[in-house]
Design a protein around this ligand. Structure first.
Ligand SMILES: [Cu+2]
Length: 257
């Protein structure tokens, strides 16, 4: 396994700028700090030849995030960097965001930045959890299958992103050519040219969405998590106007997990 150098961390930090999000205002104008629970279904990037799957759960209390991630079907014996990405659209990239490199169609971490944003939290097994630990491969879980549980204190920006359904879980590390190791079939990593792209390309992705909150605002199901929809309702007089909040509510209603 390649070693992570200080230079590589600097390279990663360069693509993970500080995120400044507007604080999410509730319908009554106060910022949210209450308990929220979030869930994500982690889906594989087929374009990266991934067939694994997983789930992520976060219970956020203040800035304390109790994180549980379960994955299976990833490359065995290899570390899998995993992060909360924040500050963009709060969604996973479509497979159409992939590009041809080394004559092969693949999706690298940079391809997804306009969709899931930069690294907000590194979901390491120990020690630092900031963006600078984004490629600390000796502190990430090892595949093919694992359950990760850790309580992490997240930054204010990440807490706000979680509460506003803007955070995305990305698990990295793929085996594009199925030879059982990270190699250079796709060339060097976009995050650190001393690493193979296979070691850092996204494998699984899931947008975290709130499933429950501690404080329910009366009447119309307008909890903290429904803030965008609630704001939309206040502005437009109806919930079913074409907003991100509406899409979210539909998705949430249709979900059984
Ligand atoms: Cu990531």
């Amino acid at each position: 396994m390649n070693k992570i150098t200080a230079a590589s961390l600097a390279a990663l930090a360069a693509i993970a700028p500080a995120v400044a999000l507007a604080p999410p205002a509730l319908a009554d104008g106060t910022p949210g700090h209450g308990d929220v629970k979030l869930h994500a279904t982690l889906s594989p990037f087929k374009v990266n030849k991934v067939t694994g799957s997983g789930t992520a759960m976060v219970h956020l209390e203040g800035n304390k995030a109790h994180v549980t991630i379960k994955v299976r079907g990833l490359l065995a014996g290899a570390p899998h960097a995993q992060h909360f990405h924040v500050g963009a659209k709060g969604v996973c990239p479509p497979e159409s965001a992939a590009k041809v490199r080394n004559g092969k169609l693949s999706l690298n971490t940079t391809d997804g930045l306009p969709f899931y944003g930069a690294i907000g939290t590194s979901l390491t097994t120990s020690g630092d959890t900031g963006p600078a630990s984004g490629l600390a491969v000796d502190r990430f879980p090892v595949g093919p299958e694992y359950t990760y549980k850790r309580t992490i204190t997240v930054t204010d920006d990440v807490a706000k992103s979680l509460r506003s359904d803007n955070a995305v879980v990305v698990v990295h590390g793929i085996d594009y050519n199925g030879n059982g190791e990270y190699d250079n079939v796709l060339g060097p990593s976009d995050l650190d040219p001393s690493l193979p792209a296979e070691a850092t390309n996204p494998a699984l992705c899931g947008a975290l969405r709130t499933t429950a909150t501690g404080a329910v605002k009366g009447g119309q199901g307008g909890t903290q998590t429904d803030q965008r929809a609630t704001v939309a309702a206040a502005a437009g007089g109806a919930l079913l106007i074409g907003t991100a909040g509406t899409l979210y509510l539909r998705r949430r209603t249709g979900s059984t997990s």
